[in-house]
Write a protein that binds this ligand. Sequence first.
Ligand SMILES: *Cc1c(COP(=O)(O)O)cnc(C)c1O
Length: 511
Amino acid sequence: MVYLSTRDSSLQKSSMEIIKQGISIEGGLFVPEYIPKLKKQDIEDMRKMDYRQRAYRVLSLFLTDFSQEDLENIISAAYRNDNFDCPEIAPLVKLDSNLFIQELWHGPTYAFKDMALQILPHLMTTAAVRTGDDKEIVILVATSGDTGKAALEGFKDVDGTQVVVFYPHGGVSNIQRLQMVTQEGKNVHVVAIEGNFDDTQTAVKTIFTDREFIRSLDKHGKKFSSANSINWGRLVPQIVYYVSAYIDLINSQALEDGDEFNVVVPTGNFGNILAAYYAKNIGVPIGKLICASNSNNVLSDFINTGVYNINREFYRTISPSMDILISSNLERLLFELCGRQDEQVRKWMQDLKEIGQYKLDDQSYKKLKSHLWGGYANEEQTLAAIRDTYNQYDYIMDPHTAVGKWVYDEYKEATGDNRKTLLVSTASPFKFHEDVLRAILGPESIKDKDEFEGLEILESISGMEIPSGLKDLKSKTIVHKTVVSKDKISHAVKNILGLDGGRHEDSDSTI
Ligand SMILES: *Cc1c(COP(=O)(O)O)cnc(C)c1O
């Protein structure tokens, strides 16, 4: 199987090449030349398999130039039992006879990003070795909070790589920030940006397509890649857990083989829900893909009107990993919706860049509506969903998952659709304990309490243990303190990589 770009469909590259590269040089995203299909026998076989074996079945459909042995080694290195705190890797929890939660946060950083970022470094370094590429891979990451830490954990001390993470200053939760700024490892760099996630992501994407920068890097024996979900190597491992959830639902007799179920995804950059869309297209019988946004509801508006419009206020919310207006991965869906016309995608992306909006044609919009339903939860509604879920089911969810729960209830109310539903839980409640406690116990409960007291209160009411990596933050030293203005991101990268001949002009922007 070869890969093309959403903005240049004449391209033909192997999966190893595109995973190394991350984003296409003209700014498009890589997509497979066709969508492979699971066979009936695959589903039957997977019923007896564990998560790792299921992952092999799915990954081998897309990453056809990796050998079986390489893929199996990569998968076992990623989904190790000492990396994930439960043997199922992505366990299902039944809330009631219709609603199932898939917890995607049992990896080392307690958010779903680990599902892909524990495996991406292995895919990338194997691809480099097998293609005879000895350049150092420089991973640039823009994070709204969780990707950064997951990338740091995934790539730390991986030979032949450097990781540089940019996060919005003041735009992540305190725990998320502490997780990143205390990161150890000889090849890791963390920089706060005075700007929001969109500023950061746009600046990083610009660097990836800056031919002069790339040439200069090349001279120094290095090359860029991306660990954001624009990298196909991030997306394909995310398809696995939707397939795995379906198999688990059959095995637990919640579904019969072939029964449709809906999927609710708390959405930001549109990576996770796009993986569900691919899962549907390879043959998992998913009905509606329910896209849940927070107050930054550009996606739910898009689904409801066909117009994507970022000319609106940006909010910092209690679900910060979804505080995004420019959802990069939507580009891959657009490519499919318009019948894979790269010219049409280029036009929409140009409109987005120039006037901050684009409008789908009727046919593409109709197709979009056939797959997707969109809704959003504001801050009060998010807190109410945490509280009500706790009261009704004795289950504690983080604010991102709660956005999904709110929208699920709205969907049911609006449509009467009572098919079984999978809600993917994207973060551990401990990671966002302050708002979780505020929702459940009221604001008084956290007054004058520090991070670590908050974790303990949540431990006592949930009966779950505080994840060790969060408990340990208390004794860790802050090692990354750089803050840079958003127009100096490229400069900061040069500095970190020592490309500017040792001139350090950033003293005005670094605190
Ligand atoms: C990244 C993230 C999201 C959004 O996922 P996308 O793939 O960007 O849509 C939702 N919740 C949490 C906790 C996240 O870390």
